[in-house]
Design a protein around this ligand. Sequence first.
Ligand SMILES: C[S@@+](CC[C@H](N)C(=O)[O-])C[C@H]1O[C@@H](n2cnc3c(N)ncnc32)[C@H](O)[C@@H]1O
Length: 209
Amino acid sequence: MDDNIPSWKQNLNREGGYWNDGRWYDIHLERRMPQAIPMLEELAMALPPLPPGTVVGDLACGTGNASATILDAYPQVQVVLLDEDQDQLSIAHEKIGQFTRDVEPLRVTVPTDGEPLPGGPYDVVVASLALHAIVGHDVDPAAAESHYELLFRSIHEPLRPGGHCFVGDHVGTLDLYSQLKAMERAGFTDVDCAWRQDDFFVAGGRKSA
Ligand SMILES: C[S@@+](CC[C@H](N)C(=O)[O-])C[C@H]1O[C@@H](n2cnc3c(N)ncnc32)[C@H](O)[C@@H]1O
C-alpha cells in the first residue's frame, strides 16, 4: 500500500480533482473542461501558416497539449516548453518527443514583473490555460489587469518583429476585453479575439514588423 496515494474523495468535490498531477490532468481534461478541446483546436486554426523552423514558445506548457496540437498542424516547427513544474515538463517533453526532436524543455517560474521570457527569440508564443494560472485566481481585477499587462510585456519582448502571441484561456481572473486591452498596452498590434464559447476564448496579437 502506497501512503502517497491521495484520497479519491478529492475527485468528488465540486471544484475538486488533481489538476497539478499531469497524468490526472490529461485523462480528465476533456470530461471536466470540455471547451478546452475546441479551444486548443481553434488556437491552432488561428495561427498564420508556420514555415519549417518557426520557433514556438509554449508558456506554462503543462503536459504540452498546445504544442501537440500545433505540431499536429505544423510538424516542422521548433518548440520551447516552459513550465515551473518538473513533472509536467517531463510529461510534455515525452509527449512532444513523439512529434519532433526539435524540442527544448525549460524549467522556469515565469514572473509577473515584466521580465522577458527566457528561451527566445520566438516567432510565436502560445499561452493555453496559462495566464490565469500564472496570475492566480485570488487577485482583485485592478491587480489582475496590471499583472496581465506585465505578462504580455514579458511575452512581447523576446518575440521577433512580426511575431505573434496567442492566448487560449477561460475568463475568471480577468475578463476577455480587459485582457485584449492589456495586450495593446503591452505593445501588441492586430489584437483580436478569434473564438469564444461561454467563458473560453482564443485571442491573439502581433509585434510590429
Ligand atoms: C492549467 S495548466 C495549463 C497547461 C497547458 N498549457 C494546457 O493547456 O493544458 C497551468 C500550468 O501553469 C504552470 N505554471 C503556473 N504558474 C507558473 C509560473 N509562474 N511559471 C511557470 N509555469 C507556471 C503550472 O505548472 C501548470 O503546468
